[in-house]
Design a protein around this ligand. Structure first.
Ligand code: ATP
Ligand code: SF4
Ligand code: MG
Length: 331
């Protein structure tokens, strides 16, 4: 296959189905399972539906352990959903060839230290996906890797260097170049800057913004940091104990939040903990045990607005325009 032929989106693909759609996605882990002993079910992701139009940045935000990484691993095809479906440009993921899917959807992980092979040169690492997919001759692959290095702001002379010779920011640029070398449509970024120095974080976010515009990319951006959401995203989904409690345009959700949990998150960043990203909202009670989630609305034990039905009845999702909220105050 030639380099030019990969992933040129067909007119049909561009016909506007969402580039990525999740329908009622659920992932249950069995905890403490032993031979002949049933494990306890942990619903890490529980009935998530999201629709991501082409060219958008969707941020997924929530506290540690709410299921963000599990959700992103399912979107990358690295983890099977227990139930529910994923569609890529309208096509069920189950019908998309594994290799074709890997060309269209690529990850950028949190830790650029452990995600790069220390025994390979930067040029080899970036060209690796082309090699794996049998794209181009070796000389073409090296040229494509060097072109990508330029795009992500890495000097060409680093092509023969090893990851250990690079800074954290440079390594994350390598990871981004590797993710982009096959010209995917979608990048799934799981906390891509949270392991970096604060001064470098802004550079990487700027780079991702530039690349998105240049390469017409769609991003799913997982983060703890609401300032990153504000800077990067068009839409945001707020996740809690495996469920999406609120979605909407970033401006709307961050400036006029509907859900009491979103409000608590926003209040919590006004507490004096700079640089810590998203602290736990101080709602008087801790994060519930995911093995024993509260009945009814799962936020009710911490919710300052809880009223009679909240403890027993799960709220339905109510949509208005391109925003939605799951709370009895609105249904
Ligand atoms: N392979 C696994 N086996 C069992 N439980 C798991 C597994 N992966 C995740 N979990 C559990 O699923 C829940 C969601 O985990 P996940 O890593 O998706 O959260 P997260 O939102 O990405 O958290 P963080 O912000 O800390 O990265 C947690 O309770 C976690 O312990
Ligand atoms: S449903 Fe009830 S407990 Fe849940 S967020 Fe709304 S008001 Fe609070
Ligand atoms: Mg995670």
């Amino acid at each position: 296959m030639s380099l030019a032929a990969i992933n040129a989106p067909s007119a049909d693909a561009a016909a506007e189905s969402p580039v990525l759609e999740l329908r009622n996605l659920t992932r249950v882990f069995s905890i403490g399972k032993r031979f002949l002993r049933e494990g306890k079910p942990l619903r890490a992701v529980d009935g998530v539906s999201l629709s991501i139009p082409r060219g958008e940045v969707l941020a997924i935000v929530g506290e540690s352990g709410c299921g963000k990484t599990t959700l992103s691993r399912m979107m990358l095809g690295l983890q099977q959903p227990t139930s529910g479906e994923i569609f890529v440009s309208g096509e069920p993921l189950a019908d998309v060839d594994r290799k074709a899917f890997a060309r269209r959807v690529q990850p950028v992980f949190q830790d650029p230290y452990s995600s790069l092979n220390p025994r390979k040169t930067i040029g080899q690492i970036i060209a690796d996906p082309l090699h794996i997919h049998g794209v181009g001759a070796p000389a073409d692959r090296l040229a494509a890797a060097q072109d990508m290095m330029e795009r992500v702001g890495l000097a060409r002379r680093l092509v023969h260097s090893y990851p250990s010779q690079l800074s954290g920011g440079q390594r994350q640029r390598v990871a981004i170049a590797r993710a982009l070398v096959m010209r995917p449509e979608i990048l799934i970024c799981d906390e891509p800057t949270s392991a970096l120095d604060v001064s470098v974080q802004a550079q990487i976010l700027n780079l991702l913004q530039t690349l998105r515009a240049e390469l017409n990319l769609t991003y799913v951006f997982i983060t703890h940091d609401l300032s990153v959401v504000e800077y990067m995203a068009d839409h945001v989904a707020v996740m809690y104990l495996g469920r999406i409690l609120e979605t909407g345009p970033v401006r709307e959700v961050l400036h006029a939040p509907r859900h009491p949990y979103t409000r608590a998150l926003l209040d919590s960043i006004l507490t004096p903990e700079p640089g810590l990203g998203l602290p736990r909202p101080d709602l008087g009670r801790g994060f519930p045990d995911p093995l024993d989630p509260p009945p009814g609305c799962r936020f009710h034990p911490r919710c300052p607005k809880a009223f009679a039905p909240c403890a027993t009845l799960p709220p339905a999702r109510v949509s208005e325009g391109d925003a939605s909220v799951e709370c009895h105050l609105y249904d």
